[in-house]
Write a protein that binds this ligand. Structure first.
Ligand SMILES: [Zn+2]
Ligand SMILES: [Zn+2]
Length: 312
């Protein structure tokens, strides 16, 4: 009897232990499964978020490419009559291609539409508004995304858009070489001393002048350095990048101006050299240093703006 009851006790305890162990096992397995499932959930969310981030981060570059394609059209000798529409069209085409790539790569459906391309307070930036609809399985993302694309580093389309490629303008060594294009233009418009602008040059790429405030151009060596690097300047009178594409020498928007540099021994009064004056406003200036072949021809209000006082 005693042995028997002891045996029962052992069997009972063992059974309880086994049951407890089973419960523990079930609990552990369930927990592991639960944790794993949870991770999968997070991963798929992360994946969708990653796709959106990746897509939108690259939009700025796509916007810039869309502007550059419009610039290329001008350099190919074709007119851009509505730069906003042209850039919209270019961007939609770029994004259509990108959307197809994303669909193949990530199995997402992306619908994108460029709503607007517009000027900002800064003439160095263009604002894009793009409507995005992204769908992957049950997950959806819908938003109007705004991106600022910089025009710095792009080519200045104004000279060719204004004078046409037939005028004989050439571009090399990061410069626009006007050859006889400007003097011919001046002759046609009955402007003074067109021969002064034979072989004039200007920078090809949009670069923001670091000498700000501009009055510092009067400090020793600054104007020389500004011309050497071919910097552009902000100007209420100069035309914005979007209007430059359309060949407009001036526009109502806050824009840019650049010096057109003459290389001539002539000392006659001639057009003042900021590009909006040469292409639209048509008023005269004089050489800052009459004995310097490369001296800028500048009027008094621009001399004030840049702190350049007449040496001669
Ligand atoms: Zn400058
Ligand atoms: Zn404009």
């Amino acid at each position: 009897m005693k042995i028997n009851s002891k045996g029962n006790l052992i069997v009972g305890t063992t059974a309880i232990l086994i049951i407890a162990l089973l419960f523990i096992c079930i609990f552990v397995v369930t927990s592991i499964n639960y944790i794993q499932n949870k991770n999968i959930g997070i991963e798929s969310n992360d994946n969708f978020k990653y796709i959106i981030d990746d897509y939108t981060q690259n939009l700025e570059l796509n916007c810039r490419d869309a502007i550059d394609e419009a610039t290329q059209k001008v350099f190919n000798g074709l007119p851009v009559t509505n730069s906003e529409n042209q850039i919209k069209k270019n961007l939609n085409k770029i994004l259509d291609k990108k959307n197809k790539e994303y669909e193949e790569k990530y199995d997402v459906k992306i619908n994108s539409e460029t709503l607007s391309v517009e000027n900002t307070k800064s003439p160095w930036k263009i604002l894009f508004k793009i409507k995005l609809n992204i769908k992957k399985g049950d997950e959806k993302y819908s938003k109007i995304v705004e991106k600022n694309a910089s025009v710095e580093g792009l080519r200045d389309p104004l000279p060719i858009a204004k004078l046409t490629i037939m005028s004989g303008i050439l571009t090399y060594d990061n410069q626009i070489h006007y050859k006889t294009a400007l003097s011919t233009y001046m002759l046609l418009h009955h402007l003074d001393s067109p021969e002064s602008y034979i072989e004039a040059t200007a920078p090809l790429y949009i670069k923001k002048c670091p000498y700000d405030p501009y009055i510092h151009h009067g400090d020793p060596g600054v104007i020389e350095d500004c011309l050497k690097h071919g910097y552009f300047h902000e100007s209420a009178d100069g035309s914005c990048y979007l209007c430059r594409l359309e060949g407009k020498g001036k526009c109502p928007h806050y824009g840019l101006e650049v010096f057109i540099q003459t290389h001539t021994p002539l000392k006659n009064e001639s057009l003042s050299c900021p590009d909006h004056v040469v292409f639209a406003d048509h008023y005269n200036g004089e050489k800052i240093n009459p004995d310097d072949w490369n001296s800028l021809i500048l009027d008094s209000s621009h001399r004030k703006k840049y702190g350049l006082i007449n040496d001669g």
